[in-house]
Design a protein around this ligand. Structure first.
Ligand code: CA
Length: 227
């Protein structure tokens, strides 16, 4: 899952980037509204954290422009204390949720998790696929009740596939959602992560869809078919 943070306060930006990276997200940052608007317009994000008071272009205008252009990614706005009118204009511009400054990182993370899973059509924090369970709150992965240890990148791949269960996800799409903008991307490494995930999970939940990508779905009863 990849997140865009648009915030002009350098300290708060650094804290959010560290917290989000630590929680297993790929994170891009913009320090003004214009750059932020451009990134959100051109890169695929699973969620955006948007400060309303920004240099060059204010947050509400950024959001309004995206929504008018048909961008539907979940957006959480950061508002000032007692800024009820700010909240109202933020929601009217197309915001999905907000936190009031100052806030606890835990609250920001929890709200983002909820927004991301809601956007993917999941109501509960624990996602399941056959014997595989992924707890988005704790980042824990279990197969048949046994914890499976994954690297950060393996987790990102699995989390994206779990959020898009039963859908075909291309290698490009995976690459775009597990790496930040500055990362030297190589879609061939996705194959390596998928191989390792299959081995670690030990169950047949990730199917290769020839020429298209991968699909995570419940293994057929009785194990993999012989065809
Ligand atoms: Ca600001």
């Amino acid at each position: 899952m990849r997140i865009l943070v648009i915030e002009d306060d350098p300290d708060l930006s650094r804290q959010m980037k560290a917290a989000l990276t630590g929680a297993g997200y790929a994170v891009d940052h913009a320090g003004d509204g214009e750059e932020g608007h451009y990134l959100g317009d051109t890169e695929p994000y699973d969620a955006v954290v948007l400060d309303l008071g920004l240099p060059v272009m204010d947050g509400a205008s950024v959001l309004r422009n995206w929504r008018q252009a048909g961008k539907t990614m979940p957006v959480l706005i950061l508002t000032a204390r007692d800024g009820w009118s700010e909240k109202v204009s933020g929601f009217d511009a197309g915001a999905d949720d907000y936190v009031t400054k100052p806030f606890r990182m835990e609250e920001l993370l929890a709200r983002l998790r909820a927004l991301i899973r809601r956007a993917a059509g999941h109501a509960t924090p624990v996602m399941e696929c056959g014997p595989v369970k992924l707890d988005t709150a704790t980042s824990r992965v279990e197969v048949g009740g046994q914890t499976v240890k994954l690297t950060a990148q393996e987790f990102k791949v699995l989390a994206y596939l779990m959020h898009h269960r039963d859908k075909v996800v291309s290698r490009t799409q995976l690459t775009e959602h597990i790496y930040d903008q500055d990362f030297d991307r190589d879609s061939n490494t996705i194959e390596v992560f998928i191989g390792r995930l299959r081995k670690k999970l030990g169950v047949d939940v990730i199917e290769t869809v020839r020429g298209l990508g991968y699909r995570l779905s419940e293994p057929a009863a009785g194990g993999p078919s012989a065809g």
